[in-house]
Design a protein around this ligand. Structure first.
Ligand code: SAH
Ligand code: SF4
Length: 368
């Protein structure tokens, strides 16, 4: 386990690092070197920050600082190549981060047969909190409850740990990030926003390759729209009317579908950008063609696309996965109404790595 009570460098902005170096009596260019070493070169220990003189590294250490890179406690590898990482932070808390080689789960492939090239394209699914407070009835993460928020440094750190483990060259490999792991990013908004800035400016992943998914924290959707640097937005719709959504996602009692859709309509989209709506299909619950028609009405006039996710099973959760025919019928109903609609291919279901399955399962015997 990493040491406790250390001050962590990861999470500090360029300005904050500059301030720190000034306090250490260092020339300004040292902050640029430290920033580069931490985020672009992803050095994992002070000893490895070899672009800094030994005396400075020692000074940083005696002042109580460490890099603060989380460690990889476990790896689970799926038959489809997906890897679920159990990432451990300094206080011993863990979250999951999922590595999905070859794109974004196949939801919007270019139609060509993609060769199984060695990972020049991959998506990382990122956690923003340990557990989640939102309590969606179909989601395994909800069973953990909210254990704590991740700091900006921890949000970034889990990504760096995975990039290092996969030996990613950020200049030549195309990495997408989806903030769709454990937690509700918009209930840890400031740390999430800070992490995005560090990832864009420090690590070198453009925000155009990032998507954040929210269960519908309405005031934060509005705040998010005002940011100059922001990922794309996905909204977890998951129901076609208010009463159904209240049951599936209790948060709907606070922020009704009407308020959520109003925020979506007001959301300032960039050139050629669309909102994404995710819709988990639960067999016999929200997956009828009538439900699809209601979704069409909800989305009328919006520049939107829909990602359908057939429910990923987990123990203790009383739903079923609809048949492929029912998924197809739902999809076709939306497509006929002119809404681009994709079915998200499940990734890593066999290792509990797929959407809604992240609850730190280590006993894989319970799968199936
Ligand atoms: N908390 C955020 C992001 C993480 S969840 C949110 O809810 O949007 C990412 C997606 O997985 C959400 O769209 C959610 O509705 C979906 N999901 C949750 N549990 C699922 C399950 N068991 N099967 C399929 N999708 C699920
Ligand atoms: Fe939290 Fe998202 Fe799961 Fe809902 S679906 S409980 S918001 S992680």
């Amino acid at each position: 386990m990493a040491e406790k009570n250390k001050l962590e460098l990861l999470g500090l902005t360029f300005q904050e690092l500059t301030e720190l170096m000034r306090n250490f009596g260092q020339p300004a260019y040292r902050s640029r070197q430290l920033w580069q070493g931490l985020y672009r070169e992803r050095r994992s220990s002070l000893e490895q920050l070899t672009n800094l003189p030994l005396s400075l590294r020692e000074q940083i250490s005696t002042q109580g600082y460490s890099i603060g890179l989380p460690s990889i406690q476990k790896r689970f590898t799926s038959t489809d190549g997906t890897v679920r990482y159990l990432i451990e932070f300094a206080d011993g808390q863990t979250v999951e981060t999922v590595w999905m080689p070859e794109g974004d789960g196949g939801e919007e492939g270019d139609g060509s047969e993609s060769e199984a090239r060695s990972y020049d394209r991959a998506t990382i699914c990122v956690s923003s909190q340990v557990g989640c407070a939102v309590d969606c009835q179909f989601c395994m993460t909800a069973l953990l409850g909210l254990l704590r928020n991740l700091s900006a440094g921890e949000i970034v750190g889990q990504i760096l740990a995975v990039l290092n483990d996969q030996q990613v060259d950020i200049e030549s490999q195309r990495i997408n990030l989806v903030f769709m792991g454990q937690g509700e990013p918009f209930l840890n908004f400031d740390n999430f926003v800070k992490a995005v800035l560090l990832l864009v400016e420090g690590v070198g992943i453009p925000e155009s390759r990032m998507t954040v998914s929210t269960s519908g924290i309405v005031p934060r959707i509005t705040d998010f729209g005002q940011l100059t640097v922001r990922p794309k937005l996905a909204i977890s719709l998951n129901a076609s009317n208010d009463s159904s959504r209240r049951e599936l996602m209790p948060i709907t009692k606070k922020w009704t579908l009407e308020k959520l859709m109003a925020a979506a309509r007001d959301f300032p989209l960039r050139n050629r950008e669309r909102l994404t709506f995710e819709y988990v299909l639960l067999g016999g619950v929200n997956d009828s063609v009538q439900n699809a028609r209601e979704v069409v009405e909800l989305l009328r006039g919006l520049k939107a696309k829909v990602n359908l996710i057939a429910w990923n099973p987990g123990p203790e959760i009383p739903y079923t996965t609809p048949s492929p025919e029912r998924v197809e019928a739902f999809q076709q109903a939306l497509i006929r109404a002119g809404i681009p609609t994709f079915v998200r291919k499940p990734r890593g279901r066999d290792i509990f790595a797929a959407c809604g399955q992240l609850k730190r399962t280590t006993d894989l015997v319970s799968i199936s």
